[in-house]
Ligand binder design. Structure first.
Ligand SMILES: [Zn+2]
Length: 45
């Protein structure tokens, strides 16, 4: 699953199917991929 953001209304949503990526709010089909805020902790040795 990936997170996308609609470029028209700015709504962030998750996609379930890869074939149909569409904004659930305004049905706009131009979206940009959003990386979820994942904090990686790496120990420096
Ligand atoms: Zn939208």
């Amino acid at each position: 699953m990936a997170t996308y953001r609609c470029v028209a209304c700015g709504r962030v949503f998750d996609t379930i199917s890869k074939s149909l990526i569409r904004c659930p709010s305004c049905a706009y089909r131009v979206v940009e991929k959003v990386r979820p805020p994942v904090t990686k902790k790496i120990k420096a040795r």
